[in-house]
Design a protein around this ligand. Structure first.
Ligand SMILES: [Zn+2]
Length: 595
């Protein structure tokens, strides 16, 4: 039995059945792809058609509403829908003491109430499938919402066709850099047709979230001590083209490039040539090399600019870019030190560090490290599955060289599997082969030393240089004066210096078994004169305030939006809005999230 008006002050059955609230309840099952039902429909009905006792409507119970909201909110977030106003647990529901009824009582039936309560333990349920762009976005948002205390999503900018380049971040303080906490990133799908890296990162995000909640000590230690950024798809426009060909298609061209026909791993500034020019000059450093003006005369993809802005906004320490079509780990330089030699060993000053990093991935990958295995393409078994990039094949304008020569970040390239676009049924095996390696590599961000550079009053000094004797490559301190210097085990002479301060040196030994960064702080004393003019100049021109990157808005629209029906979440109405187009009046604007 029910009475009119209901709790929304609707006075007849007709009014209710033509309302947007009623329509929402009837389509909700489809919109949420089957999650949270049928419970949520019963909850909605208990407000639209309230039960009554002695001609008086009784409110449904608040605790039932709160329980359901906790479980269902991620599904709403995933489709970018606001929580419906008429399911506001405070407004339309009542506490036990006021007298309420449980709209789900019938569902519970004879089942023991204890048994039926939704368990707080999250199920580790990863769907090992290919994700379209919108499925990827929805999975990432759902994951971030399920783990909202340790995860968030954000976009670093837009692709040429207007798709957001989505990142999911894991950290104990999502959205913020914390003092001395190293920043790590994985980038996938830079080549749109190399899709395995993208899927691995989507699975990794779900794995990190549920294992953290389940109390896996390794994952908890990792997330508690690291800020992790996963960008599954750097080239979503190219992915869409490749996906049209279908899985199993293993071509080498379609979808590799962006919608602008640019190869992103050839589109970064070539700083490697400049590094070779400087290498022989005494005292010159091969780091923080500025972007040459001439670079901006060429075509620079919005995806490339978005990555460059991202690198400037976060003090990344370690990174890997996931490619496909081979099974090998490569490390800088990717560009040969002799322009005419296409397969020439071309090490950076940090050859030992890069080798250690590359091995950390390769050794934890059962197929890359299996010496008996007959595998795809080139034979890297004798080298332990790793190779210097230029020695494999030389190319210019790569992202890894740019990371190393322009920022503090060390980046390697991993070819995660023989096929670029494998069949769906192969994905589970590929995940299993890479899972341990992906975790192992992230943990490498804690090698070497880290610390704070400050003056004698404890004020942090940003952009101070940390030099290692014998390695012609410095790292600089971040805004809070904190720095991270990846190093292999051994004894090193480390020095810190900044303009206007005297240089301080320390001798440091890193034991072979140490798996945490050693803490080495520096306190600098001010000096009147600055001794090294060359150094000062090279520090001043590190970031040209007039370079076009400073003015670039990565979130602006670049190409023709939706040229191939590409979806662009954000400005326009969400896809489910069409469900409500039949309503002339009273369109449910309350379902649109505030931006
Ligand atoms: Zn590639």
């Amino acid at each position: 039995q029910m009475v009119y008006p209901n709790f929304l002050d609707q006075k007849s059955r007709e009014v209710i059945e033509y309302s947007s609230e009623y329509l929402l309840i009837s389509v909700l099952h489809n919109l949420l792809q089957g999650e949270c039902n049928p419970d949520l429909r019963l909850l909605g009905c208990s407000v639209l058609a309230p039960q009554c006792q002695k001609d008086k409507a009784i409110k449904p119970c608040r605790h039932v509403c709160e329980n359901l909201k906790k479980n269902c909110l991620p599904a709403f977030d995933a489709i970018d829908m606001a929580w419906p106003y008429f399911l506001d647990c405070d407004r339309f529901f009542a506490g036990e003491e006021e007298g309420c009824f449980d709209p789900l009582a019938k569902l519970r039936g004879e089942v023991d109430a204890e048994e039926d309560l939704p368990s707080d333990l999250p199920a580790t349920f990863i769907q090992f499938k290919h994700h379209s762009y919108s499925q990827m976005v929805s999975t990432l948002k759902k994951t971030a919402s399920k783990c909202s205390h340790i995860a968030t999503t954000y976009s670093i900018g837009r692709s040429f066709e207007g798709k957001d380049l989505f990142v999911i971040e894991f950290s104990t303080k999502p959205g913020h850099h914390e003092l001395l906490k190293p920043e790590f990133k994985y980038i996938g799908n830079m080549h749109g047709n190399e899709v395995v890296g993208k899927e691995l990162l989507i699975y990794l995000a779900q794995y990190l979230c549920s294992e953290y909640l389940l109390g896996n000590p390794r994952i908890q230690a990792l997330i508690n001590n690291t800020r992790i950024h996963l960008l599954p798809s750097l080239n979503p426009d190219g992915y869409e083209l490749a996906a049209e060909e279908g899985a199993g298609y293993n071509g080498w061209v379609i979808g590799r490039q962006t919608a602008q026909n640019l190869d992103l791993n050839r589109n970064f500034p070539d700083l490697t040539s400049e590094a070779y020019r400087r290498a022989g000059i005494r005292g010159a450093r091969l780091d923080h090399i500025p972007i040459p003006q001439s670079y901006w005369w060429g075509k620079v993809a919005p995806e490339t600019k978005a990555v460059m802005k991202w690198l400037r906004s976060i003090p990344f320490v370690l990174s890997a870019s996931l490619h496909g079509g081979e099974l090998v780990v490569t490390y800088p330089y990717d560009y040969s030190r002799h322009p005419m030699e296409e397969k020439m060993f071309s090490p950076t000053p940090d050859e030992k560090v890069f080798k250690m990093l590359a091995k950390a991935y390769a050794d934890a990958h059962p197929v890359i490290s299996d010496r008996s295995e007959l595998r795809c393409g080139g034979n890297f078994v004798k080298r332990g599955g790793i190779i210097n990039g230029a020695e494999w094949y030389s190319f210019t304008g790569g992202m890894a060289d740019f990371n190393y020569l322009h920022t503090n970040c060390f980046e390697i390239t991993v070819e995660v599997g023989c096929e670029k676009f494998p069949l769906e049924e192969e994905l589970f095996t590929i995940w299993h082969e890479n899972k341990g390696a992906l975790l192992n590599y992230m943990e490498m961000v804690h090698r070497g030393i880290k610390g704070i550079v400050s003056d004698k009053f404890g004020n942090p000094i940003k952009n101070a240089r940390i030099s290692v004797r014998g390695i012609q490559h410095d790292v600089t301190t971040a805004a809070d004066g904190d720095y991270w210097r990846l190093l292999p085990p051994g004894t090193f002479i480390i020095s810190a210096q900044a303009p206007g301060y005297s240089r301080v040196m320390k001798r440091v030994t890193i034991p072979a078994r140490m798996k945490q960064a050693g803490r080495v702080d520096f306190v600098l004393r001010p000096v009147e004169t600055w001794p090294n003019k060359l150094l000062r100049r090279s520090m001043e021109d590190a970031y040209d305030p007039h370079d076009p990157l400073e003015l670039f808005d990565p979130h602006a629209q670049h190409g023709q939006p939706g040229a191939r029906g590409g979806s662009s979440p954000g400005r326009e109405k969400p896809w489910w809005w069409s469900y409500f187009s039949s309503l002339d009046l009273h369109k449910p604007l309350w379902l649109l999230k505030q931006r």
